[in-house]
Design a protein around this ligand. Structure first.
Ligand code: ZN
Ligand code: ZN
Length: 237
């Protein structure tokens, strides 16, 4: 396979074999019988049992099914589709206390969080999108009431969006995992690949227009089916 134009070169975010003495998940020591395997998503090193799943990683430009660790597998297969489909959250204006809907989603190339105003009769507005690039998202937390997801930006500013506790928890966990993968890849790239770029958003890895188109189509389907569900619940007739 040709990684970044360097045939047979180790991808920059892979932990070198010499730095991995045991499996990053279960701690089993590597040796003649227990081989090392790299998760193509996060770049960490695992035994076969802890990395036996495979999935395509379109967001990283990998169309074919590749080896991933358990955590990355469940992110790609169950958490990522939730973020791409988007969902309805509420924001409360600080001075007036007015509540208004926001449709929140992850961008198709998985590089930013996007939100638009929600209309109960027509769904998400298509104009006036606001975006938060993941490179500016420092960490994600959940407010004490369990209903508000808090997005902490570089520089200290915080955005909060409210929903049912289960939805908030699912989004917080999925976004935290996404940020963790990005940070882990970035730190491995710096440590082992000599890269000093501040962040490597997924969009950079998606070079082929075909993959980009496929990502956009996938998101359109997820978003429109979820919006149709929400609108049907709000407008029963
Ligand atoms: Zn293991
Ligand atoms: Zn992984």
């Amino acid at each position: 396979m040709d990684w970044c134009g360097l045939a047979a070169a180790r991808p920059a975010h892979w932990v070198p074999d010499a730095h991995a003495l045991c499996c990053f998940a279960c701690g089993t020591s590597f040796g003649a019988l227990i081989r090392r395997h790299h998760c193509r998503c996060c770049g960490a090193v695992f035994c076969h049992a802890c990395s036996s799943r495979s999935t395509s990683l379109h967001g990283w430009g990998l169309e074919q099914s590749v080896r991933v660790c358990e955590e990355c597998y469940s992110f790609e297969v169950s958490q990522l589709p939730v973020l791409l489909a988007g969902d309805l959250f509420w924001r409360t204006a600080r001075w007036t206390g007015t509540r208004s809907g926001r449709y929140l989603r992850l961008s198709a190339d998985q590089s930013a969080i996007i939100w638009t105003t929600w209309r109960d009769d027509s769904g998400a507005e298509t104009s006036a999108e606001r975006t938060l690039p993941l490179s500016n998202l420092r960490f994600v937390s959940v407010a004490q009431d369990g209903r508000r997801i808090e997005l902490h930006k570089d520089g200290g500013e915080m955005l909060s969006f409210e929903a049912e506790a289960a939805q908030t928890a699912a989004w917080a966990a999925a976004l935290a995992r996404l940020v963790a993968i990005l940070k882990q890849r970035h730190s491995y790239e710096r440590l082992y690949g000599g890269r000093i770029e501040s962040f490597s958003p997924r969009s950079k890895a998606i070079l082929a227009p075909r993959i980009r188109l496929c990502l956009e189509r996938r998101q359109q389907q997820l978003v429109s089916s979820n919006q149709a569900k929400l609108l049907a619940a709000m407008n029963p007739n």
